[in-house]
Design a protein around this ligand. Sequence first.
Ligand SMILES: CSC[C@@H](O)[C@@H](O)C(=O)COP(=O)(O)O
Ligand SMILES: [Zn+2]
Length: 203
Amino acid sequence: MQALLSSELIDAGRWIDSQGWCPATGGNFSARLGENLALVTASGRHKGRLTTEDLLTVDLQGNPVDSDLKPSAETLLHTRLYQLDKQIGAVLHTHSVASTVLSRMVTGEWLTISGYEMQKSLAGNTRHDETLQLAVFDNTQDMPELAEQLAMRWQQTPLNWGFLVSGHGLYAWGKDIAEARRHLEGLEFLFACELEMRRLGVK
Ligand SMILES: CSC[C@@H](O)[C@@H](O)C(=O)COP(=O)(O)O
Ligand SMILES: [Zn+2]
């Protein structure tokens, strides 16, 4: 189980890097390992060139389990997501140009998306003409604080598919790594469209 998830995360990293969504050491990935544990990328590694030596197990408080590796600086966001929704099986965090720029253009706490066929790539959507809302959080280096903000927003309304951190990037998730990849790809496409629309002055 763990070996399969490791290889799927490594493969996801290669694909994400090939899209240009994890430059330098940006991004971090994880997969749930049962109820109270997750597999997460070690901090500071290039996410397009991961090996099994770059992954470690953490508990859902973000503490390493049987490992001397330093978990991702953003581990608490991953583990909080696993605590908030038992259905979440994988989380992929990326630093694309589109998510970084678009998140800085949002005024308020939500990005609104409507009118795109690609909305159907996001679980539960069967139409292009529904209005989707994606949460946007202010960036901070204080991960416990950001994890708390996430939990507070979740209490108002459970989030779906992902959220943006302003000027930072995207967190996308799914019931497994395959679904997290689909949500990530769909959201990145939607962001690129939104950015292009705004560049053309359509909105
Ligand atoms: C290139 S700096 C990016 C980091 O500050 C962070 O946002 C990030 O995504 C990667 O952190 P990491 O600790 O390697 O998981
Ligand atoms: Zn990041």
